[in-house]
Write a protein that binds this ligand. Structure first.
Ligand SMILES: CCCCCCCCCC/C=C/CC(=O)SCCNC(=O)CCNC(=O)[C@H](O)C(C)(C)COP(=O)(O)OP(=O)(O)OC[C@H]1O[C@@H](n2cnc3c(N)ncnc32)[C@H](O)[C@@H]1OP(=O)(O)O
Length: 248
């Protein structure tokens, strides 16, 4: 039926390393250029994890040129996903913090597994970093200004039930039904003529995407100088240590 399934596979936690981001963007571009493909189901092959978000090791202890290159690729993937002409449905089969949530938010419809261990949200403030304006814009577009304001300040990671209530996801289903539900949602969306759906999607999303496009360079510079600060590097170090200690 012209539907591709993209499975994130970067064990152990599907963090979005530079290599992973680049491959993702290229795959998406290929699908976009393949006229037989009308929809993509985005899911994960890592058990219990949709995506741990941006790779913290790409943002810690590197040089400014690396940060700039990394951020350019984060922007690129986001622009491709958010403005895709294809129907994107995410089958969220695991934890989805920060950049993981961002991937899901780019989709046209989000189905999440009903497992309270899985959480989703933009938790940047908990790491001592700040979600950039275009993450924020997309959050506001999805859940409204008040909910986004609160969730961004608190770095809230929502359980599936909470995410459904606030509108971060569109549907919560038993874990073994995430993929079948994503497929049935896709079937419904495929019934809409592409041209009218695409024009409507463009009308809804263009201003948000253009907001980044017109200041991409400045955004890269902001990111680079922000992430290079000693205080921010210290926060990231502490967060990485906390992740390590969780094990021991
Ligand atoms: C003025 C304004 C200017 C604007 C400037 C912009 C500022 C920057 C904006 C950047 C935005 C960032 C968005 C992000 O995506 S940051 C990443 C946020 N991600 C997280 O907080 C998730 C952290 N991870 C977890 O919570 C858990 O790992 C998990 C995903 C729930 C999985 O738990 P688990 O128990 O199954 O696995 P765990 O043992 O924790 O982890 C296994 C190993 O993986 C490492 N790891 C986990 N997450 C990441 C990650 N995101 N990047 C890199 N590595 C990660 C973890 O450390 C373990 O490693 P090791 O085995 O100990 O070596």
């Amino acid at each position: 039926m012209g539907v591709a399934v993209m499975k994130l596979r970067n064990p152990p936690v599907n963090s979005l390393s530079l290599e992973c981001l680049t491959e993702f963007t290229i795959s998406l571009e290929k699908l976009e250029n393949d006229k037989s493909i009308r929809g993509v189901i985005l899911t994960s092959e890592c058990p219990g994890i949709f995506s741990a978000g941006l790779d913290l090791l790409e943002m810690y202890g590197r040089n400014p040129a690396h940060y700039a290159e990394y951020w350019k690729n984060v922007q690129e993937l986001w622009l491709r996903l958010y403005t895709s002409n294809m129907i994107l449905v995410s089958a969220i089969n695991g934890a989805s913090p920060a950049g993981g949530c961002l991937l899901a938010l780019c989709c046209d419809y989000r189905v999440m597994a009903d497992n309270p261990k899985y959480t989703i949200g933009l938790n940047e403030s908990l790491l001592g970093i700040v979600a950039p304006f275009w993450f924020k814009d997309m959050y506001v577009n999805t859940i409204g200004h008040r909910e986004a304001e609160r969730a961004l300040q608190l770095g809230t990671l929502f359980s599936p039930a909470e995410a459904l209530k606030v509108g971060v996801v569109d549907e919560v289903v038993p874990e073994d039904q995430v993929h079948s539900k994503a497929r049935s949602v896709m079937t419904k969306w495929l019934a809409i003529p592409d041209h009218s759906r695409q024009l409507t999607k463009n009308m809804m999303r263009k201003a948000t995407a253009d907001n980044l496009i017109k200041q991409r360079e400045a955004d890269i510079q902001n990111f680079t100088s922000f992430i290079s600060k000693d205080s921010i590097q210290k926060s990231l170090h502490m967060y990485l240590e906390k992740l390590k200690q969780k094990k021991g």
